[in-house]
Structures are given as C-alpha cells and as structure tokens.
Design a binder for this molecule. Sequence first.
Ligand code: ADP
Ligand code: MG
Length: 238
Amino acid sequence: MAGLSIRDARKSFGDTEVLKGVSIDVADGEFAVIVGPSGCGKSTLLRAVAGLEELDGGSIAIGERDVTALAPSERGIAMVFQSYALYPHLTVRENMAFALRIAKADKRAIDEAVRRAAAILNIEELLDRKPAALSGGQRQRVAIGRAIVRAPQLFLFDEPLSNLDADLRVRMRYEFAELHRALGTTTLYVTHDQVEAMTLADRIIVLRDGRIEQVGPPRELYERPANLFVAQFLGSPR
Ligand code: ADP
Ligand code: MG
C-alpha cells in the first residue's frame, strides 16, 4: 500500500482550463472522497491519476514513486467507472481473472485471488454466470471484484454507484465501507452524493471549477464550511 500525492495538477482542453492547479495528499490507507458539481473536473483528475489523461503541468506520486510519466498499467492503480463495462462473453470468474491472465500470473494465484475477492463481495455463487444474467448491483460488484484481484496500491472510483437505484446505492455504500475495512487500500472516490461522501470519507475534498475549495473530515466540513459553496454542498442546514 501507499499514499497518493498530487502536486499542482493542471489540465486544459483547448481554451478551457479544467484543472487549475490541484494538490491533494491521500495518506496510506485513507479513504478520500472528492465532491463537486458536474463539470468541475473530478473525472479529469481521476483519469490523470490513472494515466488515462496527460497533465499539462504538475506531478503525481504513489508512495515514493513519481508515476507522472508512467503508462496506466505501470502505476499500480485499479479504477472503477460509473459505467462498468464487463466482457459479455466471459463468465464472472473470467471477467475477474482477466487482468491477471494478461499479466501472466500463474493459474493457482489467479484462482485464489478471484476466490478471495468473490468472498469479500459475496458473489461466490455468481462466478459461473455471464454478465447478462446479473442484476445491476451484481454487475457493479463484479467490476469492483475485477479491481480487487489486481491488489492495487490505490483504488480510484468515479461515481461507481450513480447508475444504481436508490435502495441499492444505500446498500452498496455499506459494502464500500466494508471493503475498505477489509483491505485498507488507499482510495480516492468521486461522488456528487453528499450522503455517500459523509458516510464513506475519512476526508472530503470539495472541488469547484478546477480548484479545491476545502479539505477536511466530513464533520468539520459539515459544521464549519469555509464558504457558502461548501455549505450548500455539505454544510449543516442551519
Ligand atoms: P466532472 O467529472 O466533475 O463532471 P469532467 O472532469 O468530466 O467533470 O469535465 C470537466 C470539464 O472538462 C467539462 O467542461 C468537460 O466538458 C471538459 N472535458 C472533459 N473531458 C474532455 C475532453 N476529452 N475533451 C474536451 N473537454 C473535456
Ligand atoms: Mg465525472
């Protein structure tokens, strides 16, 4: 495991400056949650950490390693998106094993990693099914399972629950908390759901228009929002 350090991340698309110098430190084993309105740069930031988007300036380190110039596969990261495309022709087991197969892990190690991830996510009885035979929540669990089997140093989650219905979202919220208790993997999690952020976060990072507005534990942001914007997102209704 390792912490994450983002220093002065900058990114523009054409004339639009999307990240205007974002610095974030996530401690080893911490669960950090980024919140902010649609279009403020959350996904761009996560994609940059994953290596799917090249920064115009700034740097990213995982533990002691500067990963700014590394390919996604070299960063030790697993990312789960809102739309968790599974391979439809593969079983759950094969979907979860896929990355390890590509990496040429040995068969016994792959089986063991899949079995452990399936146990954590409570999907053991689904391993031989195809994605089409699963519910939305089950599919999202498989997508998370795919991330877990890779034993990454860092999890990145980009609104992983926003495609699920309200009931399921609540249940899955607890599963993320359980998952974090079980694995302790450093996590950067994006959501626009206030309750999700308050429930899951060790610290919340409020992003607005490519800049950080405030960082702190949920309770601190709730009770002492730095400004009206943070208050509207997370603050106490008083
Ligand atoms: P969020 O995830 O917070 O909703 P995004 O990071 O997806 O925000 O997008 C931030 C801004 O960057 C938006 O204005 C979006 O239109 C723009 N943007 C994101 N990706 C691209 C891209 N590949 N090309 C051009 N503009 C983009
Ligand atoms: Mg987004």
